[in-house]
Ligand binder design. Structure first.
Ligand code: FAD
Ligand code: NAD
Length: 463
């Protein structure tokens, strides 16, 4: 028998490490189990952070290669140093993972290195050593969903993890799945010179996102040279010395055809990761998608065992996991933590970005309430024109009658930063008029948000 803790968190992703820090801040004796060699989970090691580093670098390469001449800046002989770009990405990852290690030391959190298994409520086995604890928080995250007939080798047929590590720009990258991972990583390699084809099962990209925004987004990506094969399913993949041959067919029936690729990225979603955790033995209930079932206090059906992040229901997003980490730590310390699931933003970090919060127009059409729409295009925003980034628009949805903000969807430059204003407004129960009456600096992209809020009442100034 080893140490005894108030809380042991299993997994050090954004859910787990933030939970551990908040628990320690609140005076709980806290440990976090992590089997990876570095802290930070999927997000810091193989997810959000490395993908954003490559998106940033590839965007700089693309701008230097194509966009700067419009500004009268002539850069001759732009060349790609992919090894340096990858090394920089790793430096960014290391700075972030070391940062979490520093925060653990600062907050006196014990990192239990190894694989955690719930031996019983109140007991966590880490590589054979039992640690006692009053509460266990499962934060073991998620893993990519495999596609039958397409065997991942992380060399020619890769998940996002392999797609972040390529040491050569593929001639032809085929992405299976037009979701967030496929479009972000497809954009990286497209900008660096690959031909990119995205094969998607459904007849649209980014399912779940407001259809009008998704349609505009697809048009913009197509302009950047990304090819789409919608309504198509991949049935098999054969990898050989000459690349990969994919067999695919229309979802609605019809002839099968083949497509050759140098690299295939399988990005058809992620699923909760609970391998080897001992959940069945401990009696922890899972839902039909193998997610850990929790109540509104993040408690599972077994007293003393809680769960947060990608391993439970809800959007698989780092900030959602973080907020749940804070909430469960506060609940364990006797406070009243909670997360407002109506105000969780989602951002796709392509260029332009796509950002969304709250209800989509599709959802409102189906389930109400009655709503008004305010839209404003970036072509009419002075700053966007000055930047030379006029693709896209802001769309605001408000409840008819009360004018309460229900959602906002932005495709355009810096959409991820712009959405924060609407998230705050929704959190505070604001109306579209509230946003419209706030003074927005000129000339900024944020004026497009104000104008869309004005447009919800038919009184935008600049269109
Ligand atoms: P994770 O981050 O998955 O962490 C779980 C940790 O638990 C892992 O380190 C794992 O090693 C550890 N673990 C599992 N089982 C055990 C065990 N038994 N014992 C010990 N340790 C264990 N989200 C965003 O919000 N923004 C983005 O830009 C974004 N980009 C992404 C890009 C990519 C390529 C990917 C794959 C994901 C991205 N995500 C993004 C999603 C985001 O990474 C996840 O939502 C987030 O990491 C979930 O956090 P988590 O704490 O639940 O789990
Ligand atoms: P996703 O759910 O976003 O998209 C998967 C896509 O694959 C969907 O369009 C789906 O219709 C399609 N698909 C499913 N089965 C298919 C098949 N057999 N053939 C062709 N297409 C198929 O999943 P993802 O892109 O893998 O991302 C996983 C998770 O990671 C997401 O939940 C996302 O929230 C998170 N993530 C977030 C960010 C971000 O916030 N910027 C970035 C990357 C990943």
């Amino acid at each position: 028998m080893s140490d005894s803790f108030d809380v042991i968190v299993i997994g050090s992703g954004p859910g787990g490490y933030v939970c551990a820090i908040r628990a320690a801040q609140l005076g709980l004796k806290t440990a976090c189990v992590e089997k990876r060699a570095t802290l930070g989970g999927t997000c810091l090691n193989i997810g959000c952070i490395p993908s954003k580093a490559l998106l940033q670098s590839s965007e700089a390469f693309d701008k230097a290669s194509h966009a700067l001449k419009d500004h009268g800046v002539l850069v001759e002989g732009v060349k790609l140093d992919l090894a340096r770009m990858q090394a920089r990405k790793q430096e960014v990852v290391t700075a972030n993972t070391r940062g979490v290690e520093f925060l653990f030391r600062k907050n006196k959190i014990t990192w239990l290195k190894g694989t955690g298994r719930i031996a019983a409520p109140g007991k966590v086995d880490v590589d054979g050593q039992i640690h006692e604890t009053k509460a266990i928080v499962i934060a073991t995250g998620s893993d990519s969903v495999p596609l039958p007939g397409v065997t991942v080798d992380e060399r020619q047929i890769v998940t996002s993890t392999g797609a972040l590590e390529l040491d050569k720009v593929p001639g032809h990258l085929v992405v299976i799945g037009a979701g967030v991972i496929g479009l972000e990583l497809g954009s990286v390699w497209r900008r660096l010179g690959a031909e990119v084809t995205v094969v998607e099962f459904l007849d649209r990209i980014v399912p779940g996102m407001d259809t009008e925004v998704a349609t505009a987004f697809q048009r913009i990506l197509a302009k950047q040279g990304i090819k789409f094969r919608l309504g198509t399913k991949v049935t098999s993949a054969a990898a050989g010395a000459d690349g990969v041959v994919l067999t695919m067919e229309p979802v609605t029936g019809g002839n099968a055809e083949t497509l050759k690729a140098d690299i295939v990225l399988v990005a058809i979603g992620r699923r909760p990761y609970t391998d080897g955790l001992g959940l069945a033995e401990a009696g922890v209930a899972l839902d039909e998608r193998k997610r850990v079932i929790v109540d509104q206090h993040y408690a599972t059906n077994v007293p003393g065992i809680y769960a947060i992040g990608d391993v439970i229901a809800g959007p698989m997003l780092a900030h959602k996991a973080e907020d749940e980490g804070v909430a469960v730590a506060e609940i364990l310390a006797g406070q009243a933590g909670h997360v407002n699931y109506d105000a969780i933003p989602g951002v796709v970090y392509t260029w332009p970005e796509v950002a969304t919060v709250g209800k989509t127009e599709d959802e409102l059409k189906l389930g109400g309430p009655a709503y008004t729409v305010g839209k404003f295009p970036f072509t009419a925003n002075g700053r966007a024109r000055a930047m030379g980034d006029t693709d896209g628009f802001v769309k605001v949805l408000a409840e008819k009658g009360t004018d309460r903000l229900l959602g906002a969807h932005i495709v355009g430059p810096d959409a991820g930063a712009l959405i924060a204003e609407v998230v705050t407004a929704i959190e505070f129960g604001a109306s579209a008029e509230d946003v419209a009456r706030v003074c927005h600096a000129h000339p900024t992209l944020s004026e497009a948000v104000k104008e869309a809020a004005l447009a919800a009442d038919g009184r935008a100034i600049h269109i």
